[in-house]
Write a protein that binds this ligand. Structure first.
Ligand code: SF4
Length: 263
């Protein structure tokens, strides 16, 4: 492992020592369903929806037999609710048919379920079965590219690149730390590089282009975007952002880019 990567990992571990899955759950089934709901939705929003959902349906069999409209109504605010409700129900039907209502503990069995890709499977494996997995969501993909850990856009290729770089035992924790840093500092449109403790080790791949794009978009769209967001019924500004489970600690010194060149 390169000195640069060691420093990145060390810094993330110091900033987010207790990073963990932000989706609230009590058992593997709840985490599986919460992760399906988190597609194109913030974890904070999912956590608002799941208490009522899990109070109403407690087992895979109950989800499998539920009127689909009832699931849809309970998850509506997470977006794409018809697809998600169908996936949840078909997933639970297969859990009942093939796995006795239990969530399987292998990547192969999990990814064979409707609505369950590698990302969802790795979240479940890493957080309830202690099987390390790299979770490549939008934050992990973006940070990995900016940090020069991968050149790929395809989440599966990013996952494989990270699997080569990070020791297996740390896959799950590294994913959580990257997700938290992406939410708190390395934002998609305007990363806070001047406040980032990884800046010294980060080549900032593609950041200038993202900033230029953000400025152009802001100049063109700022008025209508602000108006529609404020007036949108049923959603507050804070809900549109994902709240990290842990804030990064403050920087002790200013970062430089001097050490960010090697992979
Ligand atoms: S220095 Fe900038 S691009 Fe690199 S990780 Fe930090 S916020 Fe992201």
């Amino acid at each position: 492992m390169s000195h640069r990567l060691r420093q990145i990992r060390k810094t993330l571990a110091r900033l987010y020592p207790n990073a963990q899955c932000a989706l609230i759950h009590d058992n593997p089934l709840q985490l599986l369903i919460a992760t399906i709901l988190s597609a194109q939705c913030t974890d904070a929003r999912v956590n608002l929806v799941t208490p009522a959902l899990f109070a109403r349906f407690r087992t895979a069999a109950e989800f499998a037999q539920a009127p689909i409209e009832e699931i849809e109504e309970l998850i509506q605010s997470t977006g794409f609710y018809r697809n998600k409700a169908r996936n949840i129900q078909e997933c639970c039907q297969l859990l009942v048919e093939r796995h006795g209502g239990q969530v399987p503990a292998t990547l192969e069995a999990l990814t064979a379920l409707p609505g369950v890709g590698r990302k969802t499977a790795n979240v479940v494996l890493g957080n309830v079965f202690d099987t390390p997995g790299i979770t490549v969501d939008t934050h992990v993909g973006r940070l990995s590219r900016r940090l020069g850990l991968t050149v790929h856009q395809d989440p599966v290729k990013v996952e494989h690149d990270l699997m080569q770089l990070i020791p297996r035992k740390d896959w799950t924790q590294f994913s959580h730390q990257m997700i938290l840093h992406g939410r708190a500092i390395c934002h998609a449109r305007k990363p806070l590089c001047s406040q980032c403790e990884l800046a010294r080790w980060c080549p900032k791949v593609g950041v200038a282009a993202a900033a230029a794009d953000a400025n152009t978009t802001t100049t063109t769209l700022v008025r209508p975007a602000q108006t529609s967001r404020v007036n949108r019924p049923g959603r507050t500004q804070s809900e549109s952002r994902t709240v990290p489970t842990q804030r990064p600690r403050r920087a002790k010194r200013k970062s430089t880019e001097a050490d960010a060149s090697s992979p």
